[in-house]
Design a protein around this ligand. Structure first.
Ligand code: ARG
Length: 575
């Protein structure tokens, strides 16, 4: 383990056990970055209270135990321990990280099967900008978990079933299959839906046909199912266009839409009723998970079968959670879904626990996705108030990126490639760099900016390091050290990089990609300072210093590229 904070925590814990007894071995030494040293440990103050001794005395006792520590430990103020690591230790650990193909990122033991439910657009409506965020954040989590050694099962819980399909199929028949397919493939699902809806509301005969069609669909009538497939296949082709533009890892094999659970719903209800988890209430079959009450203080129902016999969103989710635990053998299930569904998921998890379908050792978590806002602070829409077509949005990002790099003298093909990476990187990084549950304003100008915590800035940071190696006429992989950070800026950068492995582990464990963004941003900033203050290729730089600095450049580059790759942010070689 390389992360200095972890190394220190372990060392101070040993010291505590030695000085004050084994019962203190688990105390948190409260290691924090410090203004006056690399780190400070604040444990002496709290421990002194428990031991009824003077804090400085306790701090001194800990210091004495750390005499063989690779650094200096000083007691200051009321009993802080200021800890400065030896340059030699930092150099050795940085070298170890450089030699490690995994950059100090460990693999988890035991590994887990992590089911990640993400993206999940609705076929009966347009894939909107909210789904962009669930897609991007979910995909980053999938990449992170795979990297730390977990088995990831992606589940794209498409909204591909339910009563709207009656009218959608009738509308498809009205306009003809070919026209419908063309429209859906082009991403005009919203327009298609609205046209169907208008007829449903205004045309009694159509409404009647739509109702009959729902029934034939649900009874599994082959002709109707074929039409449903025509509709879905065209829609999925559009979703795939968006995924491929974004470089998202979802494939058709990951589709596990609502329709998949259709054959299980009857049994889901029957089993919940038989076990006494669900009960009839005003004709509807409901679970009343304990602790949920409505505004009237009455128990809140999770309705799994409506009084007309119809199944709904909650029924599907009950079937899905059972399938994921029982059949997919999930150890952990992440639902990367809008924050507005928080109550729904809390109730589903509670009901599943009640039914014994979600055992204690399996954790089900709602990774809440905050709403994407327009510049007006309201839900993101086009100027005319419609929801924004995703391919349009992504195309615009690429267009703007093209304009931003237009004056850099690339040939057309290279420019197109870079623009695509910059545009998609900007959109994705913007989604990832704020905590997933906070709302944020969709703002092209900000996300495409070349300064600040943005995708283009991060990409530029890697391109800049690559250009150093081009000037040096060598491959980054050829820079192998020895790393000897002498200058403060080199030292600070090295020390920071050592935290990468532990950070990645935490980001995966806690579903917090924005912390990886913050780490990478800090890396790029520290690199800038280093590059300003420490010449690398200048002729007056001694060969061993040059070798060390080039190795540090290479280590920084690999850390940035690995981190961005884990986030799913593309990295162009030049910019
Ligand atoms: N299709 C849903 C929506 O657009 C999201 C589905 C999330 N997953 C789930 N298991 N309910 O809001």
């Amino acid at each position: 383990m390389t992360d200095p904070q972890i190394v220190l925590t372990e060392r101070v814990q040993q010291a505590l056990a030695h000085a004050f007894g084994a019962e203190h071995a688990d105390a948190d030494p409260l290691i924090r970055p410090s203004q006056f040293a690399d780190f400070q440990a604040n444990v002496a103050m709290s421990l002194a209270k428990r031991l009824r001794r003077a804090p400085r005395e306790v701090a001194e006792a800990i210091r004495a135990e750390l005499s063989d520590f690779p650094g200096t430990v000083e007691v200051s103020g009321p009993g802080f321990l200021n800890i400065t690591l030896d340059d030699g230790w930092i150099a050795a650990e940085a070298q170890r990280m450089l030699d490690d193909p995994r950059l100090g990122v460990g693999t988890v033991t035991p590994t887990q099967t992590v089911v990640i439910d993400y993206s999940a657009p609705n076929a009966a409506k347009e894939m909107h900008v909210g789904h962009l965020r669930t897609t991007i954040v979910g995909d980053a989590l999938a990449r992170l978990h795979e990297h730390v050694g977990n088995t990831v099962i992606r589940q794209n819980h498409l909204g591909d079933w339910g009563t709207p399909f009656g009218m959608l199929i009738e509308h498809l028949l009205d306009i003809g299959e070919e026209a419908a397919v063309e429209q859906l493939e082009a991403g005009q699902g919203t327009e298609f839906y609205q046209a169907a809806r208008a007829k449903f509301d205004g045309d009694e005969a159509f409404k009647q046909r739509a109702r009959v069609r729902v029934t034939t669909l649900q009874s599994g009538d082959p002709d109707t199912l074929r039409l449903w497939h025509v509709f879905m296949d065209a829609t999925v082709r559009y979703f795939n266009k968006v995924y491929s533009l974004l470089g998202v890892t979802l494939t058709d094999a990951d589709i596990a839409g609502e329709s998949m659970y259709n054959p299980m719903l009857e049994r889901t209800c029957a089993d919940l009723e038989a076990s006494g988890t669900a009960e009839l209430s005003e004709g509807a079959l409901c679970v009343f998970p304990p602790g949920f009450t409505g505004s009237d203080d009455k128990p809140l129902p999770l309705i799994i079968r409506k009084s007309d016999g119809g199944y709904g969103y909650a029924t599907t989710d009950m079937a899905a959670i059972r399938y994921r635990v029982h059949d997919l053998k999930a150890g952990r299930i992440l639902y990367v879904v809008g924050a507005d569904q928080a109550l729904h998921f809390r109730m589903v998890f509670a009901a599943a626990q009640q039914a014994g379908w979600l055992p204690d050792e399996v954790s089900a978590e709602h990774v809440q996705i905050g709403m994407m806002l327009g510049k007006d602070g309201r839900r993101f829409k086009t100027r005319s108030g419609e929801s924004v077509k995703l391919t349009d949005l992504l195309d615009e990002a690429i267009e703007r990126a093209t304009a931003a790099i237009a004056d850099r003298g690339y040939d057309a093909a290279t420019q197109a490639e870079i623009a695509r990476a910059v545009g998609m990187g900007a959109v994705k990084y913007a989604d990832l760099s704020v905590s997933h549950d906070s709302e944020y304003v969709f703002d092209f100008d900000r996300m495409l900016g070349f300064t600040g915590n943005t995708g283009p800035y991060m990409q530029y940071a890697t391109a800049r390091i690559r250009s150093i190696f081009r000037k040096a006429d060598m491959e980054p992989a050829e820079a192998q050290g020895a790393i000897t950070p002498g200058e403060p800026a080199e030292r600070a950068l090295s020390l920071h990089l050592l935290g990468f492995g532990e950070l990645v582990a935490q980001v995966a464990a806690q579903s917090e990609p924005h912390r990886l963004c913050a780490f990478l941003f800090e890396t790029a900033s520290l690199f800038s300072t280093f590059y300003e203050q420490c010449p690398v290729l200048r002729t007056d730089v001694a060969p061993e210093v040059r070798a060390s600095r080039l190795a540090l450049c290479a280590l920084t580059l690999r850390t940035l590229e690995t981190g961005l790759d884990l986030l799913g942010v593309p990295v162009p070689e030049r910019m």
